[in-house]
Design a protein around this ligand. Structure first.
Ligand code: ZN
Length: 380
């Protein structure tokens, strides 16, 4: 299914930065994407509109129940051509493959306006609006962007029978298993914290080793405990360090280390975090340091809908892997309100949020096949 890849590559040319793929919430190139995909949907006989949050929506067929297929149309800066967009293009391609065949339910294709949180620092503006959470839309800067773009009237949330999202895996798991597709069981919960180790900054030449209170050495010991915890279960990462004084000839007196722990089971995630905090305290005591913590995010895991996931699994057959998504997706916002299921496509090289991001034609064909089976058998 090279057509899908060609559409994604064409959309990649609608960018705020020439030579890169950068397309944020309701930026000028987003209008080109809306025109391009809108025209394609209308050629297929779909009715299209841009809703009050800037989501591109197209409906196909009629029916008491409606199934949404979608993903997001915005990108991170200097992105690849497939994160988000692929899910929308696959949705429209699925309608094209129906070639006029009517299903018992209506299909609504949605290209969400915002998922990455780049332009205004808050993610999921589009999907939150779909479930009736319009709080972000009234933020003055966001409201101004919406007004400047020109969108449709406010729509009340309506009940849907389901939500299906195709998305690239954005990781190396499927490639390592040599499999094209995975069904997502849950989107991992996340704990994000800052852990501050405080010791005593001092001269690197004159302070004997035994008389130091080196905050960075303490943090380093703890970072290995974080790695070990992640290896044992889930993933755990220290991705950022702020050092004071951060000088080549000084002992660091203060280190703020970020902590990011993700797991599909909230109890396990919390137990891991608790264990890591105990470990930080023990290391600090041993080294004469003080440790304080600040919680920045405690987001529960979001399970996908069991029934819909079962339908997707039957459509995919035994070849599809089952996995937790470590990254957030629009499905995470919709799942508590609309039965949701997600299908991952292998990310060659495990690469995403990077210009080298790609998909394999054969994997796209396999995913479309699964999607078509799912659509024809879809039942509430
Ligand atoms: Zn995405």
């Amino acid at each position: 299914m090279k057509a899908v890849i060609d559409h994604c590559r064409q959309i990649a040319s609608y960018s705020e930065v020439s030579g890169q793929i950068t397309r944020t919430f309701l930026s000028p190139p987003m209008r080109q994407v809306h025109e391009y995909l809108g025209a394609w949907m209308r050629r297929l006989g779909m009715a299209t509109r841009v809703d009050h949050a800037g989501n591109l929506r197209g409906t196909y067929g009629e029916g008491k129940n409606a199934l949404i297929i979608g993903s997001h149309l915005d990108t991170v800066p200097n992105a690849g051509a497939f994160d988000g967009v692929l899910g929308v293009v696959m949705a429209i391609q699925s309608v094209e493959l129906l070639a006029g065949e009517r299903l018992p339910c209506q299909i609504e294709v949605i290209g969400f306006s915002e998922e990455e949180g780049v332009r205004f620092g808050v993610p999921f503006i589009g999907s939150r609006a779909l479930i009736g959470d319009n709080t972000l839309l009234s933020r003055p800067d966001i409201a101004e962007a919406i007004h400047a773009y020109g969108v449709g009237p406010v729509e009340a949330p309506k009940p849907y029978a389901g939500y299906l999202e195709f998305h690239i895996e954005q990781g190396p798991v499927l490639e390592s298993l040599n499999l094209p597709l995975a069904i997502v069981d849950a989107i991992a919960g996340q704990s994000r914290m800052d852990i501050t180790f405080t010791g005593q900054a001092n001269h690197a030449g004159t302070t004997p080793m035994a008389l130091r209170r080196d905050a960075l050495a303490g943090a380093a010991e703890w970072i290995l405990a974080v790695e070990a915890a992640g290896l044992a279960d889930g993933v755990a990462t220290v991705g950022h360090l702020a050092l004071e004084p951060n000088a080549r000839n000084a002992i660091n007196g203060r280190v703020v280390a970020s902590l990011d722990v993700r797991h599909a089971a909230d109890a396990t995630r919390k137990a891991t975090v608790d264990c890591l905090l105990v470990s930080a305290t023990k290391i600090a005591q041993k080294r004469g340091l003080k440790v304080t913590t600040q919680v920045n995010l405690d987001q529960p895991a979001v399970p996908m809908h069991m029934g819909l996931t079962q339908q997707l699994s039957e459509a995919a057959g035994p070849r599809a892997h089952r996995m937790t998504s470590g990254a957030g997706h629009d499905a995470m916002i919709l799942a508590p309100h609309i039965p949701s299921a997600m299908l991952f496509l292998r990310s060659p090289g495990g690469i995403s949020h990077h210009p080298d991001e790609t998909v394999l034609v054969g994997d796209v064909a396999a995913a479309l096949e699964v999607g078509m089976r799912f659509l024809r058998d879809f039942h509430v």
